[in-house]
Design a protein around this ligand. Structure first.
Ligand SMILES: Nc1ccc(Br)nc1
Length: 446
């Protein structure tokens, strides 16, 4: 039942005869297109999810940070053809500044690390949970905001960084009941593409563009992929070689193709070896087709996927060794991941793993006599002082109404303040699960 039946609107007595302000028109009570409200039940589920994000991040010794949702547009002006840039939620503010609602958190992290400079010793291990935005034509009816959990390690150059990050995500999955049977990680390295393209004369700035195009494989026709690769000055030979490499599904085969002396094979071997030590080998697989859709990745890239193949990527990340220097900072290696709040909930629903997150308020306190409302407030304050959650009935309500509300808020106890008991300094305590009732002295109330 909702509060509406508990508090009928009609019959309210107001001293103010008319509303203090007059709104021009009846407002639309729905949130803006592509955005969500979080009413209590949805907010409890979101808090449960974020609580697990935070617990795992702290288990790994990461510190929480946050940034403004509004950033300078300049953080996201990358010329590699990314979707994230095409869908930038940007505008000019009243000070004629070009600003944007952040589409991701990593550029903000890079900005803050540079701002802090030498005052923050390396390695930096920070995490954040923040709302990110995109402006997408609603034709596709997709959301325009989501919350992302990010963990980043700044200052660690080799694959131990990525191995640690993947371990944190595996720990999170296990914590919420997801197993290696439900989810896996496809892992590759952009150095695979780099080492293939190095065999051909390819313009320097074609690499990132080629990665963004290749990330669209499976989403647009192969002919379109090849056409776009040609448009960034890759020869047909380079394209054929690239597409052949992308079909490789084992590190052994990759080594046969690239040789064992390159960085791509070295990094991936180190990562897969560390995975053994972390104990998550069953969760990961090499898959050369993984490139991810962000231009700044330079090395290992990974994405979490649902093994039934019904859902979009659950999370993704990788190494971005030059992002800080492109922002004018020092040349500091970095890696990180983003984990959205939507696909994971879809996965939990699919696997019947959504948690019950009920409202839990141990006590409901009410007075049976309007003159004892003050005493009820005293009782509520006493219990709250002991850490007990209390729903204090704030108006004079019939007992039937109180019982109905007690059931809705899952109250364990009903504390009734009645005249005759209070004259003896006592209150009535009713255990709602058993109906057991007894009088308790206020000073003994636990
Ligand atoms: N980058 C981004 C932002 C918002 C949503 Br919804 N999806 C992706």
């Amino acid at each position: 039942t909702s509060d509406v039946t508990e508090t009928p609107r009609a019959g309210r007595s107001n001293s103010v005869s008319s509303p203090p302000v007059d709104y021009a028109q009846k407002i639309d009570v729905n949130p803006p297109k592509g955005t969500r409200d979080f009413p209590p039940e949805e907010m409890r589920l979101r808090n449960w999810l974020f609580h697990n994000f935070r617990q795992v991040s702290e288990l790994f010794g990461f510190e929480e940070v946050d940034y403004p949702v509004l950033e300078s547009e300049a953080l996201y002006i990358r010329k590699a053809g990314e979707e994230i840039k095409d869908q930038l939620y940007c505008f000019e503010d009243k000070g004629n500044r070009r600003v944007a609602l952040r589409p991701e958190l990593t550029p903000s992290l890079a900005r803050l690390v540079i701002q802090k400079g030498k005052s923050v010793p390396l390695p930096i291990k920070w995490f954040a949970i923040g709302q990110c935005w995109r402006y997408e034509r609603m034709t596709r009816g997709r959301r325009r905001e989501h919350y992302q959990w990010n963990m980043d390690i700044i200052g660690v150059p080799d694959a131990t960084g990525e191995a640690e990050l993947i371990s944190s995500i595996v720990t999170f999955f296990k914590k919420i009941g997801i197993t290696a049977k439900d989810v896996g990680f496809k892992i590759s390295s952009r150095k695979v593409l780099q080492e293939v393209l190095n065999l051909y004369s390819v313009p320097e700035n074609s690499f990132a563009k080629a990665c963004i195009i290749i990330d669209k494989m499976g989403k647009i026709p192969m002919e379109e992929i090849k056409k776009e690769l040609r448009s960034v000055e890759l020869s047909n030979d380079a394209i054929e070689d690239l597409l052949q490499v992308l079909s490789i599904k084992s590190l052994t085969e990759l080594e046969e193709k690239l040789g064992g002396s390159g960085e791509a094979v070295r990094d991936l071997k180190q990562l897969f070896s560390l995975a053994e030590k972390f104990g998550y080998s069953e969760w990961i697989q090499f898959d050369a087709s993984v490139v991810r859709g962000l231009a700044y990745y330079t090395g290992i890239v990974f994405e979490g996927f649902d093994r039934e193949g019904k859902l979009r990527a659950i999370c993704g990340g990788g190494r971005y060794d030059y992002l800080l220097s492109t922002f004018g900072g020092d040349d500091i290696p970095a890696c990180g991941f983003g984990f959205g709040d939507a696909v994971i909930i879809e996965l939990l629903k699919e696997r019947q793993l959504l948690p019950e997150v009920p409202l839990e308020v141990e006590n409901i306190v009410c007075s049976l006599d309007p003159d004892l409302q003050g005493v009820a407030a005293t009782v509520a304050t006493r219990l709250r002082g002991k850490g007990q959650r209390v729903d204090l009935v704030l108006e004079n309500k019939p007992l039937k109404w109180v019982f109905k509300r007690a059931a809705r808020i899952n109250a364990q106890r009903l504390i009734l303040v009645g005249r005759s008991e209070w004259e003896k300094g006592m209150v009535n305590v009713k255990i709602l699960s058993t109906g057991e009732q007894h009088q308790v002295n206020l000073d003994d109330l636990q």
